[in-house]
Write a protein that binds this ligand. Structure first.
Ligand SMILES: [Zn+2]
Ligand SMILES: [Zn+2]
Length: 390
């Protein structure tokens, strides 16, 4: 288990710009409209609202539309101003020209791809489908292993990344009306809750209910997977700021973490197995023979997070952060690793901020560096991230 965040006072933090509070129900997805003081929200109360900032400085709904079912997700394309809304009745509604019955159960993620004129969606019926956004015609479908909560698409190579509740990420290569399974990534011990694809570095980030984020280096083709520990509860959203090479993550712990991705992180070591402590050679408690021979009581096995050695509690009494291995929290290390870690190596590679609500959804708008967080408290907050994303 990761230790609690040791609160480090941050001089620079996100600035709260506005709060939108008059909400009947939880907003499942909301986006900032670029270049405008506007927000679009879709909610469990079946409404789609466009909120515009008034002279008073408050955001008020200027468009209010009631859908036939609770709205679970949406995708907004700023260039075409096209809005695709996924609902609990399995229908994906595209603002023009027609709706597509896409799923048997509720729609969990929807993604509009302008370049292909495709609407990708996933549902509670464990299916992934893609439709033509012009005709509404279904082009193809794929059965997923579990309920999907993360979906990303690479336009250049037509790969879809599908993250599901079994904890795996499936990579599919899409053709016009068929798809093929490329590979699956397994690294999380909980549900995949969010995915974020950076098409420039060709890196995929996955967030999970196991509190961790994994960075999958797809472009490097070495299959490296770097784990990043910076949340105390499940990760709910991930966004990448390409200009500054920073990853922003939000969690149901209310945390907003800004990760510097311009540093080279290392993979965590495999945990080694041993019958005795690899430092003091005392036997672990299941090694009855050695215990009998040496007349010693067995010890509990622990692992050093830096070198992966199996060590006893006495030889790993100290804790340290290892930010370059993704451990922004203090973790168990063996005594010799503790001595070898320099203060420089302990310097955090992320900053931690408190949104003061349990985030259910986030959206980052890079041109102004604004962040939107939607909370379980039925409040939407708008943040100026320039003090921390720079
Ligand atoms: Zn020991
Ligand atoms: Zn060690």
């Amino acid at each position: 288990m990761a230790a609690d965040i040791s609160p480090r006072p941050q001089a620079r933090k996100p600035v709260l710009l506005s709060k939108i509070e008059a909400l009947q129900d939880v907003v499942n997805t909301a986006v900032i409209i670029p270049k405008e003081d506007g927000v679009i929200s879709v909610s469990q109360d079946r409404t789609v609202r466009v909120w515009l900032k008034r002279d008073s400085g408050q955001y008020w709904p200027s468009i209010y539309h009631t859908m036939p079912a609770p709205c679970s997700c949406m995708s907004f394309n700023p260039e075409t101003r096209r809005l695709s809304v996924g609902m609990d009745n399995g229908v994906v509604s595209v603002s023009s020209p027609r709706d597509s019955p896409a799923h048997q159960g509720g729609v969990t993620v929807v993604l509009f791809v302008l370049e292909m004129e495709w609407v990708l969606s996933t549902g509670q019926d464990k299916s992934f489908t893609w439709h033509c956004s012009e005709s509404g015609q279904q082009l193809g479908t794929y059965r997923t292993t579990a309920w999907v909560s993360g979906l990303q698409f690479d336009v250049e190579t037509r790969h879809a990344f599908v993250g599901d509740h079994s904890g795996q990420v499936t990579i599919l290569k899409l053709e016009q009306d068929s798809c093929s399974l490329v590979t699956t990534f397994k690294g999380h011990t909980g549900n995949v809750t969010a995915l974020c694809w950076d098409p420039v570095q060709r890196v995929l980030f996955s967030g999970s209910s196991d509190h961790s984020i994994i960075m999958w280096d797809i472009g490097g083709r070495k299959g490296t997977a770097i784990e990043m520990q910076g949340h105390n509860e499940k990760v709910q959203g991930l966004c990448y700021a390409p200009h500054t090479r920073q990853l922003i993550s939000c969690g149901s712990d209310g945390g907003i973490v800004v990760w510097n991705m311009d540093v080279t992180r290392q993979e965590t070591p495999e945990w080694l197995d041993s019958d005795s402590c690899q430092r003091c050679e005392q036997p672990f408690f299941w090694n009855f023979k050695q215990m009998w021979d040496s007349k010693k009581i067995g010890l509990r096995q622990h692992h050093c997070r830096k070198c992966g050695q199996a060590v006893c509690g006495k030889c790993s009494s100290k804790r340290s952060t290892i930010p370059l291995m993704g451990f922004e929290f203090e973790v168990r290390v063996c005594d010799s690793c503790h001595e070898s870690i320099t203060d420089e190596e302990r310097a955090p590679t992320a900053t931690f901020h408190d949104s003061k609500h349990a985030v259910v959804h986030m959206h980052y708008e890079p041109t102004r560096s604004w962040l939107l967080t939607s909370g379980a408290d039925r409040v939407i907050k708008l943040w100026d991230m320039t003090p921390v994303v720079s």
